[in-house]
Design a binder for this molecule. Structure first.
Ligand SMILES: [Fe+2]
Ligand SMILES: [Fe+2]
Length: 337
């Protein structure tokens, strides 16, 4: 899943990140800048400025949290999927999102932070994750719309991240994007089937589109004029395309898909602008976006409570895995002695 540019301010990593130095060592800084200018990759063993590391920790951990919290709204529908086929697809999709979380926590760990601390920041409400997952999934069509629009928006955000300057993040994104593409298609296909069904099914699809459309546009993050961090992210090769440009690409790609599907996108201002060569669109409700990001959306509390319970319920698995790994290590040491 994705970003709201995955880079809104939060307190994740604060404990782990050393305070920024007034000036970084000039020779190392020059080497780092030259690598970025040459579109090279920064690897975990390479020197990097503290602010670059801090930005990546925040972005990658917000991305990882979004993947695992993103399992919850759709996970609610696994037991209620309308057929065995849809259930199997949904289980695979939700499992993929868990896998994306794992690659991303691993990528964050290469920057010297611990997974335990990152999860702690999520569970105590200090860290952010994508605002879209704080809305309820009210009917089966929501699952299709999440695949089509939410995973569709995630792909727009994440394809440029495959060229991110930080090697482990860029490499994780290659596989993630392939899987997101499957997520988007399964959602769209599920909706196509519903749109060939009864009037009640068509109404469910339209209702889900009405509720999710504006929230998906907000996923790309605040307008460029209100995103001061974006310029630095672009300079560092972490961000390649601005929030507004990504949002526009998403709208331009989605309008024809909505036509094929036979749904109306709920924006009276949405129309083709011949001069710009893009679709114009209406105003996004940023007050609602920030309210939700800051913990006051309809499902924020429920999502966090579910995550904390799952983490606590899984403690015995982590303890057992660690005990087994220790036993194996002891055995290897004994054999080597
Ligand atoms: Fe994902
Ligand atoms: Fe996905």
């Amino acid at each position: 899943m994705y970003t709201q540019s995955f880079n809104v301010p939060d307190e994740s990593g604060q404990k782990q990140v050393k305070p920024m130095k007034a000036s970084e060592p000039p020779e190392r800084m020059a080497r780092f800048d030259a690598c970025i200018d040459a579109d090279g990759r920064i690897e975990p063993q390479d020197w990097m400025p503290e602010a670059y590391r801090k930005t990546l920790v925040r972005q990658i951990s917000q991305h990882a949290h979004s993947e695992i919290v993103g399992m919850l709204p759709e996970g609610n529908w696994i037991s209620r999927a309308p057929s065995l086929k849809r259930k199997a697809i949904l289980i695979a999709k939700v499992q993929d999102e868990g896998g994306h979380g794992l690659y991303l926590y691993s990528a964050a760990e290469t920057l010297g932070v611990s997974r335990g601390d990152l999860l702690d920041a999520l569970h105590t409400g200090k860290a952010k994750y994508s605002s879209i997952f704080n809305y309820p999934t009210l009917n089966w069509a929501d699952v299709g719309v999440i695949g089509w629009l939410v995973d569709g928006a995630a792909i727009m955000n994440q394809i440029p991240l495959c060229r991110c300057s930080y090697g482990p993040y860029a490499r994780a994104m290659v596989r993630v994007c392939k899987e997101e593409s499957f997520h988007q298609r399964q959602g769209y296909e599920a909706l196509l089937v519903m749109m060939r069904g009864t009037q009640a099914q068509k109404d469910m699809v339209q209702d889900a589109v009405n509720r999710y459309w504006w929230k998906c546009l907000a996923m790309f993050g605040p307008p460029d004029a209100d995103s001061p961090n974006s310029t630095q992210g672009m300079r560092w090769g972490i961000k390649r395309i601005s929030n507004d440009d990504l949002r526009q690409k998403f709208i331009d790609a989605t309008v024809p898909q909505a036509k094929v599907l036979g749904v109306t996108l709920p924006d009276p201002d949405l129309k083709w602008n011949e001069a710009r060569g893009h679709y114009d669109y209406g105003q996004i409700d940023w007050d609602e976006f920030w309210k939700t990001v800051n913990g006051h959306g309809p499902c924020n509390k429920e999502r966090l409570a579910t995550r904390v319970k799952a983490h606590n319920d899984g403690a015995w698995v982590r303890e057992a895995a660690l005990a087994y790994a220790n036993k194996q290590q002891q055995r290897t040491l004994k054999e080597a002695a």
